[in-house]
Design a protein around this ligand. Structure first.
Ligand code: ADP
Ligand code: MG
Length: 292
């Protein structure tokens, strides 16, 4: 295609709220046959709220647990972290959260740090963690409801389960359907558990689901699809998606996403509207083929 065609397509893309980095990205978008979707913050809004707090031991109350959990989540960019911080502020009547030392965030896993002289972590339930019955039940209940459950540990002891959730983007279902009409196969790959993953997949009409996948695992799945000869776009928002975005034929970041995701992507969706992806594919197919 001619430079004029690229300019026209890029300009039209910008009007749709699709920022395209360079002519190669346009050509690769035109040829995409597989789209790997992240779940939280991509198919869903990423505006998570804390739905339930279940505390194990009698010596801790929910407000106290949220104060600790909110303190370590304060440094997190993840939607779960934002939800926990907001809940902690409500539970403690807006009192300042205690300071944290040695804060660490592990993408796709959780956060930890020292608060009030104790080692606090909030994160993905590990398969080897032995939970007291009450917490185990809370975890099962959250997963059955397709919520995301995370475990709060203090000095290595699980003391609470927090259930968080968000809702589907209104545009996700139709966009997935329209991509299929264009001959593009949608796949869901998420770090979240299988119950929440399958619930979202079913709501939007995606058949292939990979749940509980680490950030490196996401990139591995993309590499395998590409080795099969697929032309793969990845759509994501998180630090945990950066490796997959970079290893795809085409990385697409949600404009509301993290700097890591936007930096790793070829395309940014400025509007909170999944339909823009469909419009952008149509645009490249139309403009680049007619002028070629
Ligand atoms: P997704 O692919 O749905 O965006 P992530 O890869 O970001 O999910 O996270 C996977 C899992 O790791 C989450 O479902 C959660 O259990 C845990 N996790 C990640 N970040 C955090 C955090 N800041 N606080 C608590 N748990 C977290
Ligand atoms: Mg995400």
């Amino acid at each position: 295609a001619t430079p004029t065609a690229f300019l026209a397509a890029t300009g039209r893309g910008a009007q749709l709220g699709v920022l395209i980095r360079g002519p190669e990205a346009l050509e690769r978008l035109q040829r995409v046959d597989t789209v790997v979707f992240d779940k939280t913050g991509t198919l869903t809004t990423g505006h998570m709220t804390l739905l339930e707090t279940t505390v194990s031991a009698a010596d801790e109350d929910a407000a106290q647990v949220l104060r600790l959990a909110g303190a370590v989540e304060y440094g997190s960019e993840h939607p779960i972290g934002r939800a926990v911080v907001a809940a902690a502020r409500r539970a403690t009547d807006g009192a300042p959260l205690p300071p944290v030392t040695g804060f660490r965030a592990v993408a796709g896993s959780g956060v930890c740090g020292r608060v009030d002289g104790r080692e606090v972590s909030v994160g993905r339930p590990r398969p080897d963690t032995v939970l007291p019955d009450k917490l185990r039940q809370a975890l099962d209940r959250a997963e059955a409801a397709a919520h995301t459950a995370v475990v709060v540990e203090v000095d290595g002891r699980p003391i609470a389960v927090l259930a968080v959730g968000d809702s589907l983007r209104p545009s996700s279902e139709h966009a997935v359907f329209q991509l299929q009409v264009l001959g593009i196969e949608p796949i869901l790959v998420t770090g979240d558990g299988p119950a929440a993953a399958h619930a979202v997949a079913e709501q939007v009409g995606i058949d292939e689901v990979h749940a509980g996948i680490t950030p490196e695992g996401k990139a591995d799945i993309v590499a395998m699809l590409r080795a099969d000869g697929r032309r793969v776009a990845v759509i994501g928002d998180g630090v945990n998606d950066a490796a997959a975005l970079a290893s795809a034929d085409l990385g697409i970041a949600m404009g509301s996403g993290t700097d890591a995701a936007i930096g790793a992507a070829d395309i940014t969706l400025v509007r909170e509207d999944m339909q823009a992806v469909v419009e952008a594919v149509r645009l490249t197919r139309r403009t680049l083929t007619t002028i070629r």
